[in-house]
Design a protein around this ligand. Structure first.
Ligand code: 13P
Length: 257
């Protein structure tokens, strides 16, 4: 089977105004000066910057992603944004089911599943997030939680070409804590086997499974070469172009070594 091209996506969360586009511009310049073709690079800024980012990214290979969408294409849903609107703004992908949305907005697996279907309808890649809380991990429930979330959140229509899975242990997000590489390998291998049961081994074998949670330049080398890890979903460290580039550069190291 062909090797999977990894994806590193920066999730800016609720950070960034127009002045933050300078970071995008710096990232673009750094990648133009020293490209890292081994990795696909994506940035998911807040919705307010989606229409402004394409101007900065024009001519670069950095892909634009969004952070959430409504399941419907349009309608009386004040404050919501549809997948079609994201695609119209220039996004190629959308994160769905991030733990912050599951917690802050009570999003269920069924809703996440509907949002992933909305992404496909609009021609976007769905980045579907799963991951256990600290309490669930200490109860030994990591695998059952991840399995339940995958069964509920991943549509039957999911394919390697339209879906990316992000494993983000909730306790590792923004905490500076990370699972050990052995733990990450175990959960990612398990996720691939569950995806195999749900979608068949052809799809699961080619689907990208990202790790997310306190990925930094200092630990990226250790986390990104774990078996079954096909990239990262990066929060805080994606806000500064230099830090984000240093994470991406982990993939260029083999070539330059
Ligand atoms: P941090 O990298 O800030 O821990 O955030 C991870 C995350 O939630 C990305 O979606």
């Amino acid at each position: 089977m062909a090797a999977i091209r990894p994806l590193v996506a920066g999730n800016w969360k609720m950070h960034g105004t127009g002045s933050s586009l300078v970071e995008l511009s710096t990232l673009r310049k750094r990648l133009a000066q020293a490209p890292i073709p081994e990795v696909e690079v994506m940035v998911c800024p807040p919705a307010t910057l989606l229409t402004r980012a394409p101007e900065v990214l024009q001519g670069s290979e950095i892909v634009l992603g969004a952070q959430d969408c409504h399941p419907l294409a349009s309608g009386p849903h004040t404050g919501d944004i549809s997948a079609e609107m994201l695609a119209d703004a220039g996004a190629k992908a959308v994160i769905v089911g991030h733990s912050e949305r599951r917690m802050d907005h009570g999003e269920t697996d069924a809703l996440v599943n509907a949002k992933a279907l909305a992404a496909y309808r609009a021609g976007l890649t769905a980045i579907i997030c799963v991951g256990e809380t600290e309490a669930e991990r200490s109860e030994g429930a990591t695998m059952s939680v991840v399995k339940r979330e995958l069964q509920g959140s991943v549509p039957e229509e999911a394919r390697a070409a339209n879906t990316v899975i992000a494993y983000e242990p909730v306790w590792a997000i923004g905490s500076g804590l990370t699972p050990t590489p052995a733990d990450v390998a175990e959960v990612h291998g398990f996720i691939r086997s569950v995806l195999g049961q749900l979608l068949g081994n052809g799809q699961s074998g080619a689907m990208r499974i990202l790790y997310g949670g306190s990925v930094k330049p200092a630990n990226a080398g250790e986390l990104l070469y774990v078996p079954d890890v096909n990239g990262a979903l990066v929060g805080g460290a994606s806000l500064k172009a230099d830090d984000f580039y240093a994470i991406l550069a982990v993939y260029g190291r083999e070539r330059t070594a």
